[in-house]
Design a protein around this ligand. Structure first.
Ligand SMILES: Cc1cc2nc3c(=O)[nH]c(=O)nc-3n(C[C@H](O)[C@H](O)[C@H](O)COP(=O)(O)O)c2cc1C
Length: 238
């Protein structure tokens, strides 16, 4: 276990404090340390314009760069990134999807940040009944392609529309699941090595960048030494 307190950021895919929010906070409490929270769209609601400026000219040229900065900084500073969304028509909320759209540039296919590979992520979703799996996948896709080293998932069909409506039995099960996930996160903290799947995907993207079409992306890979022998998970931890 690391002696340094774990920094957690929770990105809530909704602006109200219902079942999903309670569940994310239950996990954060068990992780301990310092937690920063953002609620969407309350804390960021600008829609991606599809200009592709982030990809070809730089993420700092995104028309929403300044509005997004507090969330980006919190994600970059965190050891654990929790993405939590209720299931809306079998998927993550539009607000969550919109936030993740703004980070397309940091997918491994473009300009992943070396610091991601030593972070851990958790995807959380609650549904009344069905759609948890596809919703967790919506969020897992981004964490995985950002390069986040280890990813946990926690979802449940809670048979309720708010926290008070969830049965005591289900809440007990959620207490147990969050305790198990928190224990794993704390065990790995400070010594995260990315999964084999992440390393394999990085290898594929590295081959793609050897003949990359976007000079900004190719320069990023070259400057990090990743087209040579350097690898992000071997770079000094920040
Ligand atoms: C617009 C909307 C769409 C929903 N779609 C689904 C769905 O596809 N499947 C489901 O089981 N529940 C669905 N629900 C119910 C919520 O996912 C469920 O009650 C969830 O636990 C609410 O979490 P919250 O309290 O954090 O908002 C939907 C609710 C809303 C408001």
């Amino acid at each position: 276990m690391t002696a340094v307190p774990i920094k957690t950021v929770i990105i809530h895919g909704q602006s109200h404090q219902g079942s999903t929010c309670h569940l994310a906070r239950m996990l954060a409490e068990k992780i301990g340390g310092e937690t920063t929270e953002f609620f969407l769209p309350r804390d960021f609601g600008k829609f991606c314009t599809g200009c592709t400026t982030c990809f070809v000219k730089g993420e700092d040229k995104c028309p929403h760069h300044a509005d997004l900065a507090p969330i980006t900084e919190a994600i970059d500073a965190a050891d654990v990134i929790i993405l939590a969304s209720p299931v809306y028509v079998f998927h993550a909320t539009g607000a969550m999807k919109n936030l993740l759209d703004h980070y397309g540039w940091r997918w491994m296919a473009h300009r992943p940040d070396a610091i991601m590979f030593s972070k851990q992520g958790v995807c959380i979703a609650t549904a009344a009944g069905a759609g948890v799996k596809s919703t967790l996948k919506d969020m897992e896709h981004s964490l995985f392609y950002w390069g986040v080293g280890q990813i946990e998932k926690l979802g449940m069909g809670v048979a309720a529309t708010d926290w008070d409506g969830i049965s005591a039995k289900k809440k007990t099960a959620l207490e147990k699941k969050t305790a198990a996930i928190a224990a794993r996160l704390k065990f790995r903290a400070g010594r995260v090595t990315p999964s084999l799947k992440t390393k394999a995907m990085f290898g594929i993207m590295r081959m793609v960048q050897k003949n990359g079409w976007n000079p900004l992306d190719v320069d990023h890979w070259k400057n990090n030494g990743w087209l040579g022998k350097a690898r992000p998970w071997k770079q000094e931890r920040k």
